[in-house]
Design a protein around this ligand. Sequence first.
Ligand code: ATR
Length: 481
Amino acid sequence: MICLTLMESSIEANLKVIKKNRSFIDMVELRLDMLNDPLLVTPDKVKSKISIPTIITYRKKRDGGKYEGSDDRRRAVLQIYSKIGFDYIDLELDTFYPEIEKISNENGTKIIRSYHDFSGVPDNFESIIRQLSAKSGEIPKAAVYPKSSSELLKIFDVIKEVKDIKDKIILGMGDFGLSSRILYKKLGSMLSYCSNTNYSNSTRSGAPGQVSPREMVNLYRVNKITNSTSIYGIIGNPVMHTRSPEIHNEAYSRAGIDAVYIPFPVDRLDMFFKLANLLKIKGFSVTVPYKVEIIDFLGIKNPELDSINSCNTVVREGGYWKGFNTDINGFLKPLLLHVEISFIKKCAVIGAGGAARAVISALQSIGLEVSIFNRSHENGLKLALETDCSYYPLERQDLLINYNLIVQTTSVGMFPHVDETPLPGFKFSPDQIVYDIIYTPIKTRFLKEAEERGSVTIGGMEMLMTQGIEQFELFTKHPYP
Ligand code: ATR
């Protein structure tokens, strides 16, 4: 079940949120602590207006809510609500309200016995879940906040220990916990919470890491995930801004493939591989900063990886992890769609990081010579030596007029710093091909200025899509729909 946490300050506003999301959700959690006054509308009217299964929750500040008043008042309000007979009422492990428990039992309201830990995942996680399920008929809910790959592993590890508890809710909050919300059925949880928010705009989310109902249903199709659903994903740090889930999940859906693609923030590769084995992950994309480090963890390397020394795709094949690089084709295909190789006489690459390295490999693989232009001499010279390129400091941007392909590989101009460019004041020329690998925004200031001067421009979205399509085909052995 998908449960929408209602975070608005009035019942009317909450009803609008329900209406907007009705087709995506199975139930709601009414957070009394978010309301200006939980008794402004009488609870029986609240029930008839909401008219879908509802959890009543009055969360204290200490447990991640907003309520800061006295315990007596909270108890009195919850008592009034419990008399109405909502479907569920959430009471914390240390909340002892026997009269509310009695009324709830008489009314057929199920008690969710909850525990929240915002500091991490406790070592005695299993025993906490056992404590939460001590009273028969109550549903244990453990919400913990993993801050690392090993803490996320602890959450998925606990599944087998508490398999015997039928109805339960186990979830990880925050970025590291997102996969536990998407894979809630694999965790054996009866529901997953979401809120009326964009992941990137978490100010209105019910708890850290909640995604919107639309994303839960349309992007991740969480209710369709079963034990046989193949899991793919992307690892990196940071990784939550990635657009790759859209490229892959949409394609699984169109091609009728039972699979899901999830962002996994990772702080330690060894821990992620443990998780990948536990969850039987079938393949994953690799992004910054792990494209080089991942190579040491592979069982089989595609020969091309030796020369590129960068891996962005890992697929499980016959018990081994096999590495590929689809960045090279991802970069070259859009370029060769716009121009013939023979037209490219001199190439300049701006930047000397990991992305520049991949671009240089790609250009050299089709026989082109490259000059690196970089801000810091040290990094620029180092990469130039390693890749057999020439190097110029970025201050010598006047020289760039002699190049008919300029590739921008730094993060300058990326959202939210969309007014920046690595070449302020540079006058592009109409016979130049100008390629920016940034894809947010779709058109950077760098590209806009080139376009205004009549240059041929190529944006990073074309590269992102192309590498993603090739990756999809390596993952699924199915043509991209
Ligand atoms: P990635 O691996 O994604 O390419 P990176 O390794 O951090 O990222 O590389 C970033 C590149 O962008 C570097 O070449 C960096 O220049 P320095 O080597 O001088 O650090 C370049 N870069 C970052 N910010 C820049 C700026 N404001 N102006 C010019 N170059 C910049």
